[in-house]
Design a protein around this ligand. Structure first.
Ligand code: CTP
Ligand code: CA
Length: 219
């Protein structure tokens, strides 16, 4: 896609993108997380910026350069991400590309757990579902985009997520696909909308542009 064609599609629109992993601490030196690199979220932010959006990226701990021309807010835990998302929930477009931890320790230890301590069990509770909260508090005219990572039954599970979370769009990727998933520079995603099922493949930057073009040009 030519930059020229993309420019302006989101001009004047406030766009919030979440990216990277969240961390849930078990004790001061250990946490539950996932291998999200932040690449897909940052690519979505860059693409939204190219299209003229005023972009804020809320992201967890990542090791890649921040996208240019956008505001960035760093968070660590899912609760912190949720607070920041709620503070920016008036945006025209919200893209939940963050790989949010699903579980958090019920009572994190204040001191480091020592190896001779009893560690035979760890009680976990669910984190808040941020995309679902957004979907159930959606304001008129807002576009809500989520991602889904599946290891089986990708389209069925992702479409169910789109419906139950009340998102407008879900970009699903299968970790079974060798060029997709955590940390890769390329991705293959299936964009699911109300009556849309369309595949996109390429570098994460290309896929980000294609997704936004499909959603805001033709969608
Ligand atoms: N998500 C979220 N809050 C959570 C978990 C997920 O906002 N606590 C968002 C993700 O950012 C993504 C979408 O929901 O946009 C789908 O995430 P995914 O992990 O694929 O789905 P889950 O609903 O967490 O279900 P599961 O992991 O059990 O498949
Ligand atoms: Ca999950």
């Amino acid at each position: 896609l030519e930059e020229q064609q993309l420019r302006g599609l989101l001009s004047g629109k406030k766009v919030v993108v979440t990216a990277g992993p969240t961390r849930e601490f078990i004790d001061p030196v250990r946490f539950i997380s996932n291998p999200s690199s932040g690449k897909m979220g940052f690519a979505m932010a860059e693409a939204a910026r190219t299209m003229g959006g005023e972009v804020t990226v809320i992201h967890g701990p990542v090791h890649i350069p921040k996208p240019g021309g956008v505001d960035t807010i760093e968070i660590v835990s899912t609760d912190e991400l949720f607070e920041q998302v709620k503070a920016h929930a008036d945006a025209d477009v919200i893209i939940m590309a963050a790989a949010v931890a699903d579980f958090t320790p019920e009572s994190p230890a204040e001191q480091k757990i020592k190896k001779n301590d009893d560690a035979s069990s760890l009680k976990l509770s669910r984190t808040p579902d941020i995309l679902s909260w957004l979907g159930h508090h959606k304001r008129e005219g807002q576009t809500l985009i989520g991602f889904a990572m599946e290891t089986e039954n990708m389209v069925e599970y992702a479409q169910k997520k789109r419906e139950s979370k009340k998102a407008d769009w879900i970009a699903a990727n299968s970790i079974a696909d060798h060029n997709s998933g955590f940390g890769t520079d390329t991705n293959t995603v299936t964009l699911l909308g109300e009556n849309v099922r369309q595949d996109f493949s390429g570098t994460k930057k290309d896929v980000a542009r294609q997704l936004l073009d499909r959603i805001f040009n033709t969608g």
